[in-house]
Design a protein around this ligand. Sequence first.
Ligand SMILES: [Zn+2]
Length: 274
Amino acid sequence: MTAPRLKRNNFGSGGHAYRVDCNCPGRYRKTDPHKATGVTTALGALAKPGLTGWAGRVTAEYAVDNWDVLTHQPPSERLETLKGVQYRTKTRAAMKGNELHATAEKLVRGEDVYVPDEARAEANRLARWLDREEYVGWGGEVPCVNLEHRYAGTLDNAGVLGRRGLTALVDFKRTNRIYEENVYQLAAYRYADLWQPDGPASETAMPEFDGAFVVHITPDAVELVPVEADRSAWTEFLYILQVHRDMEAARDDSRIGAALPSLPDNEEDTPDGE
Ligand SMILES: [Zn+2]
């Protein structure tokens, strides 16, 4: 076989990076010219007013709930604690998301899953839903890449909704609601060129899908939500990708120059009496 063109590097911190056609020796470097932009990283270019409001809300809630602790901290420490609240909360939320993805992937493969007590009801609900749909997975947590536009990502799941007779690109979400951003994300994956459904050696052309869906896991149900992750949404994603790249480039090399030296006063500007 030929060597896979896409490489996904996983870092200990939980982060990851993608490279295309890279034979650079040694470890992954941020400056690697073969780097591909991550789909979710690119979507970071979108403003998230909901998230901004959320940061204020969780910080305020934390302050009210931990008033006594904060009062006993010196002011500088108190400030640091409060500044960090939104990041600590976000990390916890993201971890839950990862656990959900790992659980879903195992359930799709028909493997036994161990879940903590508090997540058991949710995992059972998802397992029953997969059975009811007669869902057959082709791959879970699948790296994929678009070679022309040099972006890459990892899709949640893809397979067949047996009882509906549809091939489907699937994203498991348990956020309160589904955002437009999720549509761009699915469109980006759908129009990738290559994917690796079973490890790097399985790299092959991205299959076509009848539709893209969010499997929305709410506190009391599992809902199958179709999204229009079509060519038009994909074109919008490419614009977002471009905006992200421009923002990155401007960070390294700003188009904003240094202020010019000020001019000497005009005769007319000289106040009377000087
Ligand atoms: Zn390289």
